[in-house]
Design a protein around this ligand. Structure first.
Ligand SMILES: *[C@@H]1O[C@H](CO)[C@@H](O)[C@H](O)[C@H]1NC(C)=O
Ligand SMILES: *[C@@H]1O[C@H](CO)[C@@H](O)[C@H](O)[C@H]1NC(C)=O
Ligand SMILES: *[C@@H]1O[C@H](CO)[C@@H](O)[C@H](O)[C@H]1NC(C)=O
Ligand SMILES: *[C@@H]1O[C@H](CO)[C@@H](O)[C@H](O)[C@H]1NC(C)=O
Ligand SMILES: *[C@@H]1O[C@H](CO)[C@@H](O)[C@H](O)[C@H]1NC(C)=O
Length: 500
């Protein structure tokens, strides 16, 4: 693999780009990073000095027993090195202080101390003794602290409000530190926060473009989305017995779709608000997409009437998510839905190809000042159509192939959850109005109809990208929100054929 110098410059600092410095105590402000091979992210919290403190070794503390898999618990700890600032946690009172936890304690980056006391168990395990006992030989006092992470439920008075800014990315190394400083002073108004989200997402999308490159699908972080299947959408037979003067008849309508989705997706998020009290005030999602969507729709119908398949889910798979434990998590899934409708009064056989190429598409939700970008090209529809002889025929057929991305988001210990859906609705539609006294057929390759047909055939295809949310998410968006992000319709074939 050949890296461009730009890419090398972007990749090199990944290791060094950690905003969370375990050697420096967090007093008044703190960063915490996600650095995994499926994503990256940083959360920054800040408040009055007394509101944010630290119980990691960086601030002189040593925790003696703590369950690394539990969030809310009572722990025992000692101040091992007072010179590093253990006492900072007592600036106001330890209870009411949000503290950074070491990775070995607790399953979350931060917890609120709700109670602190001199523990009645003053024993120090032999394994920790050598590093804990002070120079003068005395044992330090063993403290007890209760930790809570369901910030909304805590009734302990806190030492002040603590703001929250976070950025996350599906690309390792892309959001390892803050590319944008959180706004301060007057810029921290609602409007300033909105533009912080917009510029953070813009920055992330640029870093993504550098890291992923336009043509290399192998870098992790751009998750593959693949689907290849040939399946019936519906196959409906109708048998009607003779009824008075109407003779018995039967009919069948069959719709098959041979569909293929081949692409990659990457995403980034930015959010701001406060951890105390727990509230997200601004949020934005960015999705980068490269994909081809191809399919062949086959329709064979020998009946008169309307049929509709409804939306059918044919595929679903989870993609790597991001988790800032108890603060913010996002879990994407990729699914494929299909839908077909037909309203016919003649025997129709039709094959139409759906073919779309989406390159470098960037979608922002909610749509902010960042514009959606990317190229989108429809391929040849390769239409083949034949209609039964001697009928006057009117009909509409529409087929939809809908790859979807759903982003489940959960904020602040799950006090608010919502799912943002991005549907890429690729459709092909046939509108038929024929008055024929002979076999009619049409094909886009020949753009020609055989003799004896008068009427219109109109075939369109389109791609619409719609975003929606299924639940209220703080006051950022409302349940049922639908935003069209992109719509394009193409006339693939329009034929007017005169009877000869
Ligand atoms: C803390 O947050 C609450 C709720 O958002 C707000 O009413 C209060 O004014 C804030 N306090 C300070 C000191 O900013
Ligand atoms: C990451 O943080 C360092 C130190 O704060 C800064 O110099 C650097 O520019 C940041 N990297 C990016 C990509 O913003
Ligand atoms: C991408 O990965 C595949 C399978 O691991 C490999 O065959 C291909 O050569 C790789 N492409 C690049 C550009 O590295
Ligand atoms: C179609 O109509 C023509 C002329 O009316 C007739 O000769 C022919 O048999 C009909 N074909 C069918 C299949 O009904
Ligand atoms: C349509 O068909 C006629 C007769 O077969 C042929 O001469 C003509 O070139 C065709 N037109 C196109 C656009 O293919």
């Amino acid at each position: 693999m050949v890296f461009t110098p730009l890419l090398i410059a972007a990749l090199l600092p990944i290791a060094a780009r950690a905003a969370n410095d375990w050697a420096q105590p967090c007093f008044g402000e703190c960063n915490w990073d996600i650095t995994s091979d499926t994503g990256s992210g940083t959360v920054r919290i800040a408040g009055p000095s007394a509101a944010v403190s630290d119980i990691t070794p960086a601030a002189g503390w040593m925790i003696m027993d703590c369950d690394p898999n539990t969030a809310d618990q009572d722990i025992r700890l000692v101040c091992q090195d007072p010179s590093k600032g253990c006492d900072h946690i007592y600036t106001d009172s330890a209870a009411g202080t949000l503290v950074r936890l070491p990775k070995s304690c607790g399953s979350t980056p931060f917890a609120l101390v709700t109670r602190d006391w001199v523990h009645k168990d003053q024993s120090i395990p032999a394994s920790k003794r050598s590093s804990i006992v002070r120079r003068d030989g005395s044992d330090p006092v063993v403290k007890g602290m209760s930790l809570a992470t369901n910030f909304a439920d805590v009734d302990t008075p806190t030492n002040g409000n603590v703001t929250l800014f976070l950025m996350g990315s599906s690309v390792p190394g892309a959001a390892g530190n803050f590319t944008v400083d959180p706004p301060s002073g007057t810029a921290a108004s609602k409007r300033g926060l909105g533009s912080w989200i917009d510029s953070s997402l813009k920055g992330l999308s640029q870093v993504h473009a550098e890291l992923i490159g336009n043509f290399n699908k192998n870098i992790t972080g751009s998750s593959p989305i693949n689907f290849d299947k040939d399946f019936p959408i519906f196959d409906q037979k109708i048998d009607c017995p003779q009824n008075g003067a109407v003779p018995a008849f039967s009919g069948e309508a069959k719709v098959d779709l041979d569909a293929k989705v081949d692409g990659t997706v990457n995403y980034g998020i930015a959010a701001s608000g406060s951890i105390i009290p727990p509230k997200i005030s601004e949020f934005g999602l960015f999705v980068g997409l490269d994909t081809s969507i191809t399919g062949t729709l086959g329709l064979g119908a020998t009946l008169t009437g309307s049929i509709s398949s409804g939306k059918i889910s044919v595929f679903e798979v989870g993609l790597p998510g991001l988790d800032f434990p108890k603060i913010f998590s996002i879990g994407p899934t990729f699914s494929v839905n299909v839908e077909a409708t037909a309203s016919l009064d003649a025997n129709v056989d039709m094959d139409v190809d759906l073919a779309y190429d989406v390159k470098g598409m960037e979608l922002f939700f909610p749509p902010g000042s960042n514009s959606q970008a990317g190229t989108f090209t429809p391929g040849d529809s390769n239409l083949k159509l034949s209609v039964s002889p001697n009928v006057t025929s009117h009909g509409q057929v529409a087929a939809h192939l809908i790859p979807s991305l759903a982003f489940g988001i959960s904020a602040l210990g799950g006090i608010t959850k919502a799912t943002i859906n991005l549907d890429l609705d690729a459709d092909a539609a046939l509108d038929l109005s024929l008055t024929a006294a002979a076999l009619a057929s049409a094909s886009t390759s020949g753009n020609n109809a055989s003799t004896g047909v008068g009427g219109c055939v109109d075939i369109t295809s389109g791609l619409a990208v719609n975003a929606g949310a299924d639940a209220d998410f703080f006051s950022i968006f409302k349940k049922g929100l639908q935003v069209p992000l992109f719509t394009k319709t193409f006339d693939l074939f329009k034929g007017i054929h005169r009877q000869v």
